[in-house]
Every structure is written in structure tokens, then in C-alpha cells.
Write a protein that binds this ligand. Sequence first.
Ligand code: PGA
Length: 248
Amino acid sequence: MRQVIVAGNWKMNASKEAVSTLVMGILSGMADVESKVVVCAPYPYLSQVEALITHSQLHLGAQDLNTNASGAFTGEVSANMVKDFGAEHVIVGHSERRSLYGETDEIVAEKVQVALDNGLTPLFCIGELLEERESGNTELVVSRQIQAVIDRVGIEAFKNIIVAYEPVWAIGTGVTATPQQAQDTHAFIRSMLAENDADIAQSTPILYGGSMNPTNAKELIGCEDIDGGLIGGASLKAEDFLQICKAG
Ligand code: PGA
């Protein structure tokens, strides 16, 4: 049985006060949550969240990393820095990084490798654009995105990777993939992993992301190959996020 994982991606939404309210709110409702819960904070707030979640069931993640360990990379943050502030996870290859910051499949694969090399669990994001879905290329796109990572780190590395399938057209739009659309793509992703290693395919968590909310979470997470969610907008309200955490 794969454990349900629910990860909040706060994106660039935070202030010290908002982070404190949100984290305290989540912590106050965690007693009956069985899912593994991760919150991915913007870099400046990692330290604050690290302090707030000590001795709790909450796990901390960052939203990106630079592939270099240190040096003259103004404005960038390395894997060992986010680890230093208690992050165990890091989002890699989010569609906003791919589209707004030019991250190619190769860059994403390198980031997955650097995360793994530093003992961080990558939340490795994949997903197709609307025009790619409409032209029937969803499987082609996600298999290309996954293959780049398999080529770089090997299938064994998926023992320490969480995959997040996020159709780009569903992110932040309020348009969710139907449970059937999501399940079909998740099953395809798992079958692709299975071509490389059947056991690893069975154990790899594949989360769905894209306008998941308290209303649709249960049905989505209830699908056979959907092992949880990567939540943007709905992760910013403790009550909504907790409802999703309890949907698993
Ligand atoms: P959303 O974002 O839940 O706001 O659609 C999901 C994500 O981008 O990870």
C-alpha cells in the first residue's frame, strides 16, 4: 500500500504573519490526519516553518534549488542550504519553473539528481499544456519528461522520488482534470515506470496537482493510481488544506 501524500505548494505567497497563522492552523488539525503532509515554503520562510513544526507530523519542503553547491550564483539557493533549514523535500520542475524560467527536461533532471545527491526527496513535476492534451500528445509529453529523469538518475532512484502529475491547464485555473482523465494519465505514468521496474512502479507515489480542493480531493485521491495531491491555492487556507489532507 502506498501512503497518501499531500503537499502544499505555497508558491510566492507568504508573510511572517500569514505563515504563522497557516502553520499553526494546520498543526491544530493534524491529530486525525493519516496522510503524510508536506508544506513547501518560499526560501525566506523555511527557517520560520522549521521552528514551528518541530516535533510535529508536518514535513518541510522547498520549491526549487540551484544545482551548484555554492559559489558566485547571485540570488540562488543550493540544496545544502535548504537542508540546513530542515527541508526534506524539494519541488523540482514545476510547470511555472519550466515555462517562466526556461527549465528544460535536462535542467529538471539535473535538479532531481542534485536533490537526491543531497538527501532531499524531489517532488518531480510533469504535465502537459492544454494544446498538447488537445492534440492527443499528453502521453508523449509526460513520457519525454519522465524519460529525461530516468536517463539521468536511473529507475532505482525512483525509490526516493515523488512524482507529481500536474496538467498545466488545470494549475490555478479552477479547471480540474476529471478523476478519469487524471487516473488514465497516472496509470500511464505507472506503466511507463513498470517497463523499467515493476516493483518500483508499484511503490512510487504519483500525486495529482491542478485545482485540487476540498470538494474534489476525495474522488481524485480515491482513484487507484492517484496517491495524493500537490496543492497550490487550496494549501493557503488551513481549513481547506486539512480537508484535503483528510481526504486520503
Ligand atoms: P493549484 O496549483 O492547486 O493552485 O492549481 C497546483 C500547483 O501548481 O502545484
